[in-house]
Ligand binder design. Structure first.
Ligand SMILES: NC(=O)c1ccc[n+]([C@@H]2O[C@H](COP(=O)([O-])OP(=O)(O)OC[C@H]3O[C@@H](n4cnc5c(N)ncnc54)[C@H](O)[C@@H]3O)[C@@H](O)[C@H]2O)c1
Length: 437
């Protein structure tokens, strides 16, 4: 049994408090709103949420939960505090952190007089860096104490959905623990002990951002499904049937495939099919803002890669990989080919190593494509990987061919690597830059 105080008895705080009490912990809820405090102490739910009132009333009856407006009492009688106050939008869309700042100040003032080490856990949704750069300095300043020495900090985003909050609490898809200090992470692991779904410990900022990305991803999925529906209806197809079918594929469609940060997509299918579909929508006057933004987003990413290379201020560029992914010679719509052409246009000295493309140039089905469409690239291809590396100042790793890994491990310190494929983690920060990591 753990002693826990919860700051903010809103949707998140009240559900957490009732469910953690059910798990056997001793809970103290803190809020400024006296109506909420008295409702909770009477065993009544201040919000509409299935099953919540039963959980609350049994927690209050058994003495495992009560609410107060007394921050000092709550901190002094608990080992950890969960911060669940609101983080609403401001007019310009930015996050309003005034409740977070206020509650951090309140907690800090009491920690000044508390001898035992306390754990502070942020459950509110906050942008990356907020816990470390806003919450911790306020608590340190107000308490005169040091994070990691006198109190421990973690960030534990909440993923529950209103309407199914109790079920979501006991059956989470995962539990995310962003820990500034292992002691705070250990506290959370003990607090949630027994819940299914797996516990994932990370840095504070990864946990903070994961919450935003999960919600943004859900928003993208809703808009994607809706745009498919609108287009399908205009084409005389039932979009619900289409998505039912598409969702059956859990290998590529409903899976983690294609969701890792990396370089732009290319190849003979994705660009062609996205363009054809959005063109058909345009020709029918169907507006699809999300689907229409895919090609511009992809092109912007190629430009981003270009900017990364040009900012190195080096003239000799070695491209390791030219086709859009390893183990293929297909150069159609390769974003790397696009990049090479832009670099050529700017007068860079280029060397390209791609074993599959080199073979195709000599004898494959792409021979004709080489001769007719991209003859200007042919003489940049070099079959000797070592020579390409030796004669370049900046190496751009375009795909994850296994040949490149060993070569990069023995690299001269003067050479810089721009990694588009996520293959090299061994090099120092001075020598290495990922395309978007
Ligand atoms: N509502 C959801 O479904 C949900 C789900 C996941 C995450 N979140 C996030 O959780 C956070 C809380 O959301 P919510 O919907 O529960 O908010 P809410 O507005 O319902 O509740 C916040 C509570 O905090 C109280 N409060 C404000 N300042 C306080 C202080 N100094 N001391 C004590 N109490 C104080 C308010 O009186 C209010 O009761 C937000 O960051 C939100 O984005 C919400």
């Amino acid at each position: 049994m753990l002693n826990i105080s919860v700051f903010g008895m809103g949707y998140v705080g009240v559900v957490c408090s009732a469910c953690l009490a059910k798990k056997g912990h001793q809970m103290i809820g803190v809020d400024l709103n006296h109506t909420k405090i008295s409702m909770i102490n009477d065993g009544m739910s201040p919000i509409v949420e299935p099953e919540l009132e039963e959980y609350l009333s049994s927690a209050v009856k058994s003495g495992r939960l009560y609410a107060t407006d007394n921050t000092r009492h709550a901190i002094m009688n608990s080992d950890a505090s969960l911060i669940c106050v609101g983080t609403p939008s401001m007019k310009n869309g930015d996050l309003d952190l005034s409740y977070i700042r206020q509650v951090s100040e309140n907690i800090g003032q009491v920690l000044a007089e508390k001898e035992d080490k306390h754990v502070v856990i942020i459950r509110s949704t906050v942008l990356p860096g907020t816990t470390r750069n806003v919450v911790v300095p306020i608590i340190e300043h107000a308490s005169g104490k040091k994070a990691g020495v006198d109190f421990y900090v973690a960030m534990n985003p909440e993923f529950l959905r209103e309407g199914t909050a109790i079920k979501d609490f006991f059956e989470p898809p995962m539990t995310v623990i962003g820990q500034m200090h292992a002691e705070a992470g250990d506290f959370l692991a003990k607090m949630y002990d027994g819940l299914p779904g797996g516990f994932y410990r990370n840095d504070l900022e990864v946990a903070e951002m994961a919450k935003y990305i999960a919600n943004t991803w859900h928003a993208v999925k809703v808009c994607f499904g809706n745009e498919v529906g609108v287009l399908a209806k205009n084409l005389g197809v039932d979009g619900r049937d289409v998505m039912e079918l598409v969702c059956n594929d859990t290998k590529l469609n409903i899976s983690s495939a294609y969701l890792r940060p990396g370089f732009a997509f290319g190849g003979s299918c994705l660009p062609k099919d996205v363009k054809a579909l959005t063109y058909r929508a345009r020709s029918k006057d169907v507006s699809l803002p999300l689907l229409s933004s895919i090609m511009p987003s992809n092109n912007r990413h190629v430009q981003h890669g270009m900017e990364l290379i040009t900012k190195q201020k080096a003239n000799r560029i070695g491209m390791l990989g030219l086709s859009f992914k390893a183990d293929t010679d297909d150069l159609r719509e390769s974003p790397l080919l696009e990049l090479v052409e832009r670099l050529m246009g700017k007068g860079y000295e280029l060397k390209i190593y791609d074993e599959n493309v080199s073979v195709a140039k000599e004898k494959g089905a792409s021979k004709e494509y080489f001769e007719n469409e991209i003859s200007h690239i042919s003489n940049l291809l070099n079959n000797d990987l070592r020579e390409v590396v030796d004669q370049s100042d900046v190496l751009v790793v375009g795909n994850s061919s296994s040949h490149f890994k060993n070569m990069l491990n023995e690299l001269a310190p003067s050479k810089k690597v721009i990694d588009f494929a996520g293959i090299s983690k061994q090099l120092s920060n001075e020598q290495y830059e990922g395309v978007c990591w």
